[in-house]
Design a protein around this ligand. Structure first.
Ligand code: GLC
Length: 430
């Protein structure tokens, strides 16, 4: 039998005060870091390394740690599929996966089921990291993962085309963005282009894009107590932006199948004026090896919203230690190495992925390479976490179903949101 889902509030403190984990299978985690024993080979498991740089970092570790080598296991590009593969590994209590790269939204679920180990917080420089990134790694006041990369949504735009159309500043509202498109798409050099895309396929990226649209119109998915509150005019205005954009062609039809990578290829191929995307695309779209047609011709700005700047969802990945793994002493050392500031700096320099260390956002050399770092830091500090729930898989599936039904015209926004509210309320009942 399934235990009732308990929605925890977005505040770590409130989450701590919450009476029941609702985790079910795994019992109640103690939250105290145990001893980490055993040295030897381990694995590191993450989604597909689209930047192609992870193996190099692991090679540096391996060169210094004979007998304690790390083998990289790459899973799917799709966040939901990564989650399923990791859960399958945990449910069979397999020792195949040692260190897991967990999406920030999975911490509660993995911790409550005791699929990951509580970690010794004092052994990681958490006070040097942006506070919201550390909060994503906590469950009931204990540390269950180490922040490795953060993520905040940005509006990428074709600065060359905006300039050609006489538009001096990037848009701060959805209406301004659509007006800018009208002007840009009338230019001969923009023939065949589309206005905008985000991530709209039915997977975690759609949850993110739905949440951002709702938050950017003043709505919420759950209120400050963790209670669903998505059947509101504000949430409808947010969803209607996406629905209307699909209807009138602002978002091209094909984008209903876009995850991060399909959209990145379209933007890099010069097909889009605007795109909602994570920081990792900045480096790839600026590559001058011929892989990008837009290198040097785009810039980034905060996400637009209904009446002014929008709000990003808080993304990112944390390193967690599988409870069923061997060689946990090696794993702990590797997690310290892999999440350290030097590696975060290299990651930023080489892949433009958002670091968790606050100091890197204020570093002059890095700010020269990535002039948007101050805005990204603000975006992460003000980002809205997705619901912090033990059964995150059910909640995100309900959100994806509702958003997808509205985007494909199967349901009106109104109906999709009232159904979603009911489903989320059912999950919180009891
Ligand atoms: C990025 C984010 C992650 C999010 C995912 C959605 O990887 O870091 O938090 O869930 O995109 O596709």
């Amino acid at each position: 039998m399934r235990s009732p889902l308990v929605l925890l509030t977005v505040l770590a403190a409130a989450a701590t005060a919450c009476g029941s984990s609702g985790g079910g299978d795994g019992g109640d985690p103690q939250g105290e870091a145990g001893s980490f024993e055993g040295r030897g080979p381990i694995t590191y498991v993450q989604g597909k390394d689209v930047t192609g740089t992870v193996q190099e970092q692991i090679d540096r570790w391996n060169a210094d740690h004979p007998g304690e080598e790390v083998t990289l296991i790459e899973l799917s590009e799709n966040a939901d599929e990564q989650r399923q593969q990791m859960i399958q590994n945990a449910e069979t209590q397999s020792d195949a996966y040692t260190v897991l790269s967990l999406d920030v939204v999975w911490t509660s679920e993995f911790a409550a089921h005791q699929w990951i180990e509580p970690l010794p917080a004092e052994e990681f420089p958490l006070d040097e990291m942006l506070p919201p990134t550390v909060e994503t790694a906590m469950y009931r006041d204990s540390l269950y993962a180490v922040p490795q990369t953060s993520d905040g949504g940005l509006l990428y735009y074709r600065s060359d085309l905006l300039e050609a159309a006489g538009i001096a500043e990037p848009p701060t509202t959805w209406a301004e963005m659509e007006e800018a498109c009208d002007a840009v798409l009338a230019l001969p050099e923009a023939a065949g282009m589309s206005c905008y895309t985000g991530q709209h396929e039915k997977y975690e990226g759609l949850t993110v894009n739905f949440a951002e649209a709702v938050n950017s119109a003043g709505g919420v998915i759950t209120d400050e107590n963790g209670t669903p509150d998505v059947d509101t005019p504000e949430a409808r205005a947010g969803l209607d932006f996406l629905v209307g954009a699909f209807e009138d062609g602002t978002i091209p039809r094909d984008a209903i199948t876009y995850k991060e990578e399909e959209g990145r290829r379209a933007f890099q191929g010069g097909d889009l004026v605007f795109m909602r995307q994570w920081p990792y695309m900045y480096g790839m779209a600026n590559a001058t090896d011929g892989s990008s047609e837009v290198a040097g011709n785009f810039d980034v700005a905060p996400l637009p919203g209904l009446d002014g700047p929008g709000a990003s969802s808080l993304g990112g990945h944390n390193l967690a230690l599988s409870s069923f793994a061997e060689n946990k002493a090696t794993a702990l050392d590797f997690m310290k190495f892999f999440s350290n500031e030097e590696n975060a700096r290299t990651n930023l320099e080489v892949t433009s992925s958002a670091p968790c260390y606050a100091a890197l956002y204020d570093d002059p050399a890095l700010a020269e390479q990535y002039p948007y770092l101050p805005e990204l830091k603000e975006s992460i500090l003000n980002a809205v976490p997705r619901p912090r729930v033990v059964e995150y898989g059910r909640v995100t599936a309900a959100i994806q179903d509702a958003a997808y039904a509205a985007l494909t015209g199967e349901k009106s926004s109104e109906r999709a949101l009232s159904d979603l509210q009911q489903t989320l309320l059912e999950y919180t009942a009891g």
